[in-house]
Design a protein around this ligand. Structure first.
Ligand code: DAK
Length: 264
């Protein structure tokens, strides 16, 4: 695929935005390629995705300023919708998506990382929403997702000032879960993804949906969402085998085994 690479390793897949000449900035082609890569993910085989950027300097340096600079109002709205649809697709993708942030995550770069389930980053990562300095608002969900992730006050401060922050501050305010050396970034993401991939896929997917959908409604409705998704796990082979394994273990610890969950 032109600007987006896709590699499957066992049950995990790595999506790499690969446009290093522009620090992996998102133009229409990159967005189309990313959408096509998501179309091709085999959900029977792959249990967790990692999203990263090519090179050691930038995850994604934002939406492409050159492409945006000449847009009309209508084209700007269409570009925003294209990005928003893909970011929302990532956010609601059936399996978890980990952002492995290897450098600049500015504007649309910060926004795409926030569409992932969680973020880890390298020590050289830099986050920010510089849009107001360019005469625009964040357009790929930044005002909404940043406020939900780190709280309205901190999000407003970062967005109104257009200040970039380093990895340690991103960790302190809860924008990322973990900071590691650059060379450790992908191995760490892969280890996390493999740990997730070993768990029962139907249950992991249901947890993602429960958390995402539950956050959009009040607590009474959220609990109902959880109840339904909890119920949906029963009668699956994975639920039966997962629980049977626990009971065998109680019966005789020697009988415990690592369950090979089948996604059924
Ligand atoms: N777009 C296009 N090209 C970019 C780019 C970007 N966002 N960021 C970097 N590049 C290109 C540079 O132009 C340069 O290209 P050449 O000159 O070599 O051809 C190359 O990448 C290397 O960049 P630098 O030479 O600038 O590298 P430095 O190390 O000196 O600086 C930097 C790195 C990341 C600090 C700097 O490149 C920078 O400030 N880049 C822009 C970062 C930024 O402002 N990003 C946010 C973009 S705004 C909306 C929809 C979406 C959005 C908003 C609204 N609606 C529909 C309403 C989203 C907005 C954004 O994301």
């Amino acid at each position: 695929m032109g600007f987006v690479d896709y590699e499957v390793k066992d049950k995990i897949a790595i999506i790499t935005i690969n446009r290093p000449k522009a620090l992996n900035a998102l133009n229409s082609e990159v967005l189309d390629d990313l959408n096509a890569v998501l179309d091709g993910v085999d959900l029977e085989a792959v249990r967790c995705l990692i999203l990263t950027g090519a090179g050691d300097k930038s995850f994604v340096a934002g939406a492409d300023i050159g492409e945006m600079s000449t847009l009309t109002k209508a084209e700007g709205e269409a570009f925003g919708k294209k990005g928003n649809d893909i970011f929302r697709r990532l956010e609601t993708f059936p399996i978890p998506v980990i952002a492995a942030i290897n450098g600049f995550a500015l504007g649309g770069g910060c926004e795409i990382s926030m569409s992932c389930d969680f973020r880890i980053c390298s020590e050289n990562a830099m986050f920010g929403q510089p849009e107001v300095g360019l005469g625009i608002t964040p357009g790929f969900g930044g005002t909404q997702r940043l406020a939900r992730l780190i709280g309205a006050g901190m999000a407003k401060q970062l967005i109104y000032t257009a200040r970039n922050i380093k990895a340690d501050e991103a960790l302190r305010i809860g924008l990322v879960n973990q900071v590691v050396a650059l060379e450790e970034l992908l191995p760490t993401a892969e280890k996390l993804a493999s740990t997730i991939a070993k768990n029962a896929p139907i249950a992991v997917r249901a947890c993602k949906k429960a958390i995402n959908d539950g956050l959009e409604v009040d607590m009474d409705k959220a609990i109902e969402i959880e109840e339904k998704l909890f119920g949906s796990c029963f009668e699956s082979e994975d639920q039966r085998e997962g629980m049977a394994n626990f009971l065998r273990k109680k019966d005789d610890p020697a009988k415990v085994k690592v369950v090979d969950f089948k996604n059924k």
